[in-house]
Design a binder for this molecule. Structure first.
Ligand code: APR
Length: 235
């Protein structure tokens, strides 16, 4: 089976009702990013940050995967699919995707404030545990923090994602403004002969200058069109 690698961003989940970050009215308009998504913000006011992610987790219980997520999962019948997502929600998994690499962490997990990337301390929360409180601790005694990669922090999963980008037979980008590195640089690892598709209702600047097949649509409609294109080509 051909290897299909799909890079997704906040636009993937927009039709499920989760705000994007940089569109007008997006999350970073409403919450100062330096307060809720940096290690400095967390050090200055951990409760504010913990509450912010409690809210995001609570929202997770009220949203569902959209048709776009479902179509990506269905493509597993035809391709060896790897999803590389910048999203911290679990909508790809809930739609049935089996291989999802989360570059920026996962809302459903918490970890140690002292060693956030030590697998020993990463814990999956059950829905009834979604509200983390000040004083809840990891097994090393530190405050439990969200398992989220904040601005200025290392992105440990990028190496794995690069390996998949280098091996891709087809590369797809959905719903990301490609503003945040290293995720935005993944396209540079995709071999030159590999077809690249981009689904987004707005124009997204591709700095490398390589040819990209643009589908100027939302994630669900765009995925429907892409599925037809890919299946015709592989038939
Ligand atoms: N379908 C597809 N794409 C959409 C849709 C939709 N229905 N609605 C909006 N979009 C597009 C926007 O046009 C934009 O290009 O989704 C993109 C969202 O861009 P951003 O808000 O910048 O989100 P993203 O690129 O995922 O941000 C990257 O930055 O804030 C940090 O860590 C956070 O993972 C995030 C990273």
């Amino acid at each position: 089976m051909k290897k299909l690698v799909i890079l997704t961003g906040a636009g993937m989940s927009a039709e499920s009702g989760i705000s994007t970050f940089r569109d007008s009215g997006g999350l970073w308009d409403r919450y100062p990013v330096e307060q809720v998504a940096t290690p400095e913000g967390y050090a200055a006011n951990p409760k504010l940050v913990i509450d912010f992610y409690n809210e995001r987790r609570k929202q997770l219980l009220t949203v569902k995967p959209n048709r776009g997520h479902e179509l990506i999962a269905e493509l597993e019948n035809f391709f060896d699919v790897t999803v590389v997502t910048q999203n911290v929600d679990n909508l790809h998994e809930r739609a049935g995707s089996h291989h999802v690499i989360h570059l920026h962490g996962e809302l459903t997990k918490v970890t140690s404030s002292w060693q956030p990337n030590n697998p020993k301390y990463i814990k999956e929360l059950k829905p009834e545990e979604y509200e983390v409180k000040m004083g809840d601790t990891a097994t090393d005694g530190s405050q439990l923090r969200p398992f989220i990669v904040w601005f200025g922090e290392a992105v440990p999963m990028i190496e794995t994602a690069i390996d998949y980008a280098e091996q891709a037979d087809i590369f797809v980008i959905i719903g990301t403004s490609l503003n945040v590195y290293p995720a935005a640089g993944l396209l540079n690892y995709v071999p030159a002969h590999v077809p690249v598709y981009l689904i987004d209702p707005k124009e997204v600047a591709i700095t490398s200058g390589r040819h990209v097949n643009v589908i100027r649509k939302g994630a669900s409609e765009g995925m429907c069109e892409l599925k037809k294109m890919l299946l015709n080509e592989t038939a």
